[in-house]
Design a protein around this ligand. Sequence first.
Ligand code: NAD
Ligand code: DAU
Length: 361
Amino acid sequence: MSVLLPGSIQRVLVTGGAGFIGGAVVRRLLNESQIQVFNLDKCGYASDLTSIGEHERHHLLRVDLSDAEATAAAIRQADPDLVMHLAAESHVDRSIDGPGVFVSSNVLGTFNLLQAVRSHWEQLPTERQSAFRFHHISTDEVFGSLEEHGRFSETTAYDPRSPYSASKAASDHLVSAWHHTYGLPVVLTNCSNNFGPWQFPEKLIPVVILKAVAGEPIPLYGDGGNVRDWLYVEDHVDALLLAATRGESGRSYCVGGSGERTNKQVVESICALLDQRRQSSAPHAALITPVTDRPGHDRRYAIDPSRIQAELGWQPQHSFDQALAQTVDWYLAHLEWCAEMRQRSGWSGERQGLKAGHHSQ
Ligand code: NAD
Ligand code: DAU
């Protein structure tokens, strides 16, 4: 699906564009349109700009959203017609170890951004003001945990259960409040688990690939029966661009690819793909090792995407199996990038998210 931007959109501010999903959004905007792209990112441990490279229409604004003044200055500089807000601390296990930065980035950061954007929007000339959108990118985790049956939809009650999901839920509520109270034109999307190239290698799929390649134990939390609804990142980008440009102001859209799998199934599929691609003395699945469960581990996520399909015509273009194979091939071709990212971040692959009792910030 190529990007069809209305002529009213000439300048887009993407927050978190040095991250996994934001980077995919920035690349799509640069490759498939002629607009100016402002990429506001604090350039944290999960950030990398290799996939974007040098581009004359790409403008990096290295700003931490928890800094209100710097955020306001960045909005003045970008002077956007559309804001796509993806910047957030995003890893559940890290939020268990150190919840403070999730509150400052995801809650305070969204508040600072909303205030700066509101002031910008209020001063826009009428035509630009009426075409303006603030698109908040959120997660299905705000809805909590499902039992065996049922799916999340736009009317599901919020029930966040991790510091990460609580901070995202708080940011969703701030965005809705700025719409209802100040009239800011907003659109929200809540998406399920993404996978694909350039994802920082601490999330399940890259962790499994890297551990298997290194011949190290592959950590499977708990009984491996937790279910996630996997979506290829480029399909998410399609949904985001549709919601940002055609979504109704004040409306939210759930995004998911009907890709439900238990973690055990995902891990076994990756091992089978690696068996076809790399020689090893034993099947890679022999490395799968049950480990202590994540504290408060949500059991199952699943999305009902009927609204975005019916109202905006979104359909995922990739099957889980095909996209997983592509992703495995991508990581095998980018092992050096993964090693560099780990080294730069100061995290070398050890288990995260078990320090719930340590009370670190
Ligand atoms: P990521 O961790 O790969 O990237 C997030 C980016 O945001 C990083 O470059 C980081 O430096 C930046 N950032 C964080 N705090 C910031 C701050 N205070 N100021 C400026 N920049 C800051 O995350 P991702 O997986 O690309 O997720 C992007 C967004 O999509 C997040 O809002 C996340 O909640 C949401 N989301 C992610 C998934 C998923 O499966 N990855 C699914 C649904 C929704
Ligand atoms: O649902 C959307 C969310 O998906 C996003 O909002 C988050 O930003 C994103 O990180 C992701 O959260 P999860 O916690 O679901 O993703 P993660 O890759 O950390 O874990 C996926 C599942 O795999 C989860 O049930 C925990 C399990 N797991 C994870 C790791 C890292 C393991 O069994 N072993 C592991 O080593």
